[in-house]
Design a protein around this ligand. Structure first.
Ligand code: SF4
Length: 703
């Protein structure tokens, strides 16, 4: 639509939604964002999806929190019962001083009475790197333990666990744009057309120019029609399918012997392990015929350059780490790592889940994945932070923290920009736990479902109102600039965390995020040669970066891996069934996920006019034959029930789901998918099994 001059100014920044990290140009008129255009960032080259282009008016929504709030003494019992448009029966307006005193006083009181480990923190993958760094520092330095986590635990924690174990680094080995140089690409357990739409445009272009696109997913999806091979395998059988593919590669001697000898360890044991996984034996379990498995194996192994992309369909299982181990082994066997057009790429979800993880917002790692159990690492941080020593014990993860509330071990929480009252598995249980906390501080831009349970609510800034860096799925650190000032008394998150830290007795003197970034560089080698000034000038720099005047590396590990001996590891994976399987009472499989227009728990996109108009209501999808068998019409109400609970929701017909499966998006509070999901955890990544639950689907009488 060109520069028609219908705006006062424009500000270069980054999209606030997904991990693709599209650069945007906010167009401002009369102190409102009136338009968003794609800018020429390294990940998007001027492209945007519907969320980036139209999902900006949430920042001006009347529900924005503009004043600090304190729970009233005569408030009703805590529950999901606050009207965000009228919170005054539950909360009263407070001054910032009063609210910060109450927030810090409550947490400090618990620290005094029950020890620092009685307080936990959930930071945010939607805030900046500097804010994530400060948040984990506040919990570690202020409360003396590592009970700090964020939503990576609910998305790619298992992928990171497998990558750390086998490759020595948790980030992608190649940018998604490298697909331009590939001959074949596998996209498995990911639905980029809806969840990483701009990345999907590169995948479609790749297929258009003749690249072999192999899509593996229990649901059909938008990439299906661009795929040369679509393997719609049975939910939960990823390890069996991938082991069968690798069986063919090793059995037929198609693996890259030179690469395996030079860059990996554990081949003999691995080869012996996958001997049992002949495609002919696995075909029935996976629902994919042996010939297809053999064809895909030969093509991937025989290609000059291949990439593997994956998403939550791989990671959100109790065998999520095993799923990722298989993908890593598959790439290593074929030598598809470390060269242009090759690589392993877990498509990261939130705009800054990569950066928040890098910044140490996880209970077992300090910034740059440096283990809390390593004494040299702890000494280094004690030196940089001016003490005290960090606790050597890994802290509790997201779901473990909720369980620790049940046991009375966690009594207080500081929650910044996360919404566990919507996003946690078995969410009725999580909500009951949050209601039991003695003291909860929530810092957010809206009165989220989680804020319903807060004692103090601190009004924060939306992404277009703040200064800070974010890191996308491609390891590109990008500069976010403020387009607007925050409404009312709302403040930038980093400034709120600093004010809270000072009231908790910490000697913090930061005046600007650039000072935080400078401190991060002292402990994070990943930021070598990347400075605030450089990001201001160049907008984005990829890490690792070899020199102050050179670009960062799109592809890494061409000359070995950051593990002892420089070799990656081939780790065998066993087939583990899902934590619960369909039976007579719960005969169907429930899969949860996202839709194009809505982002996660819906707090932003359901308050975006265009996005909410396109997709205003909750729905689930069933195969048309399943609908017919149950005597249902599209639009009818159905009741979905699992061992955790029930929700009622309108049904749509969709051939993409198989006949024994129901798909339910999780953005809608009125039929919250996580009422149904199974909280069982992957033992390594501690990620819940959002992608598989045994369920019952029944018509609602009279609907
Ligand atoms: Fe934003 Fe992701 Fe869409 Fe890009 S692809 S515009 S980063 S939501």
């Amino acid at each position: 639509h060109g520069d028609s001059g219908d705006f006062d100014r424009e500000v270069a920044s980054v999209c606030p939604y997904c991990g693709v990290g599209c650069q945007v140009s906010f167009k401002i008129k009369d102190e409102r964002i009136v338009r968003v255009d794609g800018a020429n960032g390294p990940a998007n080259e001027n492209r945007l999806c519907v969320k980036g282009r139209f999902g900006f008016d949430y920042v001006a929504h009347p529900h924005r929190l503009t004043v600090p709030l304190i729970r009233r003494d005569d408030a009703p019992a805590k529950g999901l019962n606050v009207d965000p448009a009228n919170p005054w029966t539950h909360f009263r307006q407070a001054t910032w001083d009063e609210a910060l005193d109450a927030a810090a006083g409550g947490l400090a009181g618990l620290r005094q009475a029950h020890g620092g480990a009685s307080v936990a923190g959930f930071g945010s993958a939607k805030c900046s790197n500097e804010e994530a760094y400060l948040f984990q520092k506040l919990i570690r330095q202020g409360f003396g333990h590592n009970n700090v986590d964020h939503c990576t635990r609910l998305c790619h924690a298992s992928s990171v666990a497998a990558l750390m174990e086998n490759v020595g680094s948790g980030a992608v080995t190649a940018t998604f744009n490298e697909i331009e140089n590939a001959d074949i690409a596998i996209v498995i357990g990911a639905n980029p057309v809806e969840n990483h739409p701009v990345a999907a445009t590169y995948f479609k272009q790749f297929a258009k120019r003749g690249g072999e696109l192999v899509v593996m997913d229990p649901r059909g999806q938008g990439l299906k029609r661009h795929a040369t091979h679509m393997l719609q395998f049975r939910p939960g059988t990823d390890v069996a399918l991938l082991n069968a593919i690798m069986h063919v590669i090793v059995e037929e001697g198609l693996h890259d012997r030179q690469y395996v000898d030079g860059f990996t360890e554990g081949f003999d044991a691995f080869a012996a392990h996958i001997r049992d996984f002949a495609p002919e034996k696995m075909a029935e379990l996976c629902g994919i015929d042996a010939d297809t498995i053999r064809t895909v194996a030969r093509k991937f192994a025989g290609a000059r350059a291949g990439m593997i992309f994956w998403g939550m369909g791989i990671s959100q299982h109790i065998h999520g780490t095993d799923n990722s181990r298989c993908l890593i082994s598959l790439a290593l066997l074929c030598g598809h790592v470390g060269r242009p057009g090759t690589g392993l790429h877990p498509l990261r979800g939130q705009n800054n889940v990569q950066g928040a993880s890098d910044a140490g917002l996880i209970p077992m790692f300090l910034p740059d994945y440096q283990s809390v159990s390593n004494v040299q690492v702890r000494d280094m941080f004690a030196g940089i932070w001016g003490g005290p020593q960090v606790d050597p014990r890994p802290g509790l993860t997201v779901v473990e923290i909720i369980d620790a509330i049940d046991r009375g071990e966690i009594r207080g929480m500081y929650i910044l920009g996360e919404n566990p009252a919507m996003s946690d598995p078995d969410v009725d249980h999580a909500r009951a736990a949050l209601a039991r906390l003695d003291h909860m501080v929530v810092q957010d831009i809206f009165l989220t479902e989680t804020a319903n349970y807060a004692d103090v609510i601190l009004p924060a800034s939306a992404w277009p109102e703040k200064t800070g860096t974010v890191t996308n799925t491609n390891r590109q650190v990008q500069m976010g600039r403020p387009a607007l000032t925050a409404p009312g008394q709302a403040r930038e998150d980093w400034a709120i965390t600093v004010a809270l830290a000072r009231r908790l007795g910490l000697d913090w003197t930061y005046d600007h995020p650039r000072e935080v970034f400078a401190e991060m560089k002292a402990s994070m080698k990943s930021l070598d040669n990347i400075t605030w000034e450089r990001l201001e000038a160049e907008d984005a720099v990829t890490y690792p970066c070899p020199a102050p005047d050179r670009p960062g590396a799109a592809v890494v590990f061409g000359d070995g891996f950051p593990r002892e001996g420089g070799r990656a590891k081939l780790t065998p994976a066993q087939v583990t069934p899902p934590a619960e399987v369909p039976d007579a009472d719960y005969p169907m499989i429930l899969i949860t996920g996202r839709v194009l227009e809505h982002w996660h728990t819906g707090s932003m996109t359901r308050r975006s006019g265009v996005l909410d108009a396109v997709e205003p209501q909750a729905f689930c999808t069933l195969h048309p034959r399943t609908l017919r068998a149950k005597g249902l019409q599209p639009g009818d109400l159905v009741r979905l029930t699992t061992r955790r609970g029930s929700v009622e929701v309108a049904v749509r017909a969709d051939r993409a789901v198989s006949e024994d499966t129901v798909f339910l998006p999780f953005a809608f509070v009125e039929s919250a998918a996580n009422v149904l999901t199974n909280p069982q955890l992957d033992p390594f990544g501690k990620i819940p099994e959002f992608k598989f639950a045994a369920a019952r689907v029944e018509p609602v009488a009279g609907s």
